[in-house]
Write a protein that binds this ligand. Structure first.
Ligand code: OXD
Ligand code: MN
Length: 587
């Protein structure tokens, strides 16, 4: 408990609104969490998995209508619509509070309200921020205990009203009345009628990206949808890279990359600091430092295997919560598409149906089924993971899935150009999702669903951050594309561990050890500078990978112009200028 009157007054108000039968403070102790696990198993909310094969692991299934983030029901409620900008859903705060208060009225009757004090970032780090989530779901408590630092040690650190107020009620999981709402000016998040992770683990996307991006703009730092990795060379020096990719572009795989055998033998190694979110601040020395504000991975299970991501799979072997995967009833272990070629015969499919997995058609695990795993389980977790000062970032990498446009890698000429490269990020839709294939979706800095204010002002904030850094010390900015295809539609680049070869050129550039050639879009590597040792790749293929097709780029420029037009006069002049430079270069 606490004496903090800001916390207590808010709690009283939310208690009067939601009318829970009981309030339980989450203290962070293992005893309390263990009792909650037992309660969740007793009520059927969670299923205990095989203690020998998956120690400390549990299973949970959500309602069939509640399996993913709901962008169309996610709102940024700033005082004016302009502040939220054209790509966020907006409603006037008073109107939204009215609507929500009606929905929360009595929503926790007969249930317990759990009070979870949590820290995003190591407790007490100058980067870290505190939130309190009130929830009527044990599943949320147990997930937050993995994804964030929780309990009394956090509560003690709250000063005055400096905490993010987060209210979640699963209510009756009614999709028609589901809302995920942010009030940046009030430092408040409200989520109702969902029990799916991305909508209810309010520390993650809601706080660590949407609210934090707003706080970062006010306070002069950045909250980004980026992985952070450390690359160790044979001399034992580690350089850090932060990288932003839209979903389905392999962020977790890159964060946990295993180098090709010959580089491993030389002594190269990758360390994971984070797989989804980075908070970045300028240090006293003028360099940019990053922490991962999370304490766990909320990863997509399907497609994760020994081959595609050994380290992610290892992370899920203990103290993990699985959501909406399939269960092997014979030994109470889990299965998902892409784990191996051996679906369980005696299987509980994600919806709870009993099926024969060997003959079953369709998905046994939901395509967006997840694991919530402690970061410390990861075999390659960085020794700097808990460093309260963060790690110094040498390079920022943007990327997308582009069949023809973007080359394998190129470097921005300077910070301003780099911001433009991030702002024009885009990805093509895949056959894995419903709808047309190959449609270009613009997703600036991979933040389209996550920016907590006007995207045009967000570009402005990126530009201002660059002005505050010594240009010599600012991270160099790059763009990569692992998904370039040849005329027949085959991928030209092997991807996965071989992406390390591109990271090495990037770091060589940062250290002034490799050449580059100017091109209309930025600085390209010479073919000789991409190490293709032991790779089955021809010179023509490498040339194709690095080729810039001016006609294709002109089409993209037209699409960029159309996209930027929605921001009107709010679009920073530097972005307009960079667009003109690109267009002129291509002519
Ligand atoms: C995620 C996402 O779950 O970006 O990380 O959707
Ligand atoms: Mn993400």
């Amino acid at each position: 408990m606490t004496e903090n009157k800001f916390v207590l007054n808010w709690l009283d108000k939310m208690k009067d609104l939601c009318k829970p039968s009981e309030i339980v403070w989450i203290d962070g102790s293992e005893e309390q969490l263990e009792a909650l696990r037992a309660e969740a198993v007793a009520t059927g909310e969670m299923i205990k998995l095989n203690e020998e094969k998956l120690p400390g692991c549990y299973y949970h299934r959500t309602a069939e209508n509640d399996v993913a983030r709901v962008e169309d029901r996610t709102f940024i409620c700033t005082p004016t619509e302009e502040e939220a900008g054209p790509i966020n859903n907006w409603m006037a705060p008073d109107e939204m509070y009215d609507k929500l208060y009606k929905l929360y009225d009595g929503s926790m009757q007969g249930r317990t309200m759990y009070v979870i004090p949590y820290s995003m970032g190591p407790v007490g780090s100058p980067f870290s921020k505190i939130g309190i989530e009130l929830t009527d779901s044990i599943y949320v408590v147990l997930n937050m205990a993995i994804m964030t630092r929780i309990g009394n040690k956090v509560l003690e650190k709250i000063e005055g009203d400096d905490f993010t107020k987060c209210l979640h009620s699963k209510k009756d999981v009614n999709p028609d009345e589901r809302y995920i709402v942010h009030f940046p000016q009030d430092n408040t998040i409200m989520s109702v009628n969902s029990a799916y992770g991305g909508n209810v683990l309010l520390g993650k996307k809601c706080f660590a990206l949407r609210i934090a991006s707003y706080l970062g703009k006010q306070e002069g730092w950045m909250a980004e949808h980026m992985l952070i990795l450390g690359l160790e060379n044979p001399q034992g020096e580690v350089k850090y890279i932060a990288a932003a990719f839209p979903s389905a572009c392999g962020k977790t795989n890159l964060a946990m990359l295993i180098p090709p055998e010959y580089l491993k033998e030389k002594g190269y190694k990758v360390w994971t600091v984070g797989d989804d979110i980075a908070w970045l601040r300028i240090g006293a020395d003028g360099r940019l430092y990053a922490i991962n504000p999370e304490a766990g991975f909320f990863g997509v299970a399907p497609g994760t295997s020994v081959k595609t991501n050994f380290n992610a799979l290892e992370s899920t072997k203990k103290n993990t919560i699985f959501t909406n995967v399939a269960i092997n009833n014979d030994d109470m272990t889990v299965w998902w598409e892409g784990l191996d070629k051996n679906p369980p015969e005696n299987c509980t499919e994600w919806t709870g149906k009993q099926v024969n997995g060997k003959t079953y058609e369709g998905n046994l695990a939901h395509p967006n089924s997840r694991f919530t795993a402690p970061a410390i389980n990861c075999p390659c977790i960085s020794p700097e993971f808990e460093n309260p000062q963060g790690v110094p970032i040498s390079a920022i990498v943007f990327g997308g899935r582009r069949a023809k446009t973007a080359p394998l890698v190129y470097q921005a000429r300077d910070w301003e150009h780099g911001v433009f490269v991030g702002a024009t990020m885009a990805s093509e839709t895949t056959a894995a999702a419903a709808g047309a294939v190959g449609v270009v979706r613009r997703d600036p800095m991979a933040m389209k669903p996550f920016v907590g204010y006007n995207m045009a002002d967000y570009f402005g904030h990126w530009l201002e951050m660059g002005e505050k850094m010594d240009p010599e010390k600012a991270p160099k900015i790059f763009h990569v594309n692992w998904f370039r295809k040849d005329e027949e539609g085959n991928f030209l680049w092997p991807g996965f561990g071989d992406n390390m070869r591109v990271l090495l050129w990037i770091l060589d550039r940062c250290e002034g050890k490799a050449d580059a050639q100017d091109s209309p879009i930025g600085l390209l590597p010479s073919m000789k500078d991409i190490d293709v040792t032991n790779l089955d790749i021809t010179e023509e293929q490498l040339e194709e990978l690095l080729h810039v097709d001016k006609d294709v780029w002109m089409e993209d420029v037209a699409n960029q112009k159309e996209y930027f037009a929605q921001f009107g006069d709010r679009l920073p002049a530097a972005i307009k200028k960079q667009l003109e430079i690109l267009e002129n270069n291509l002519k």
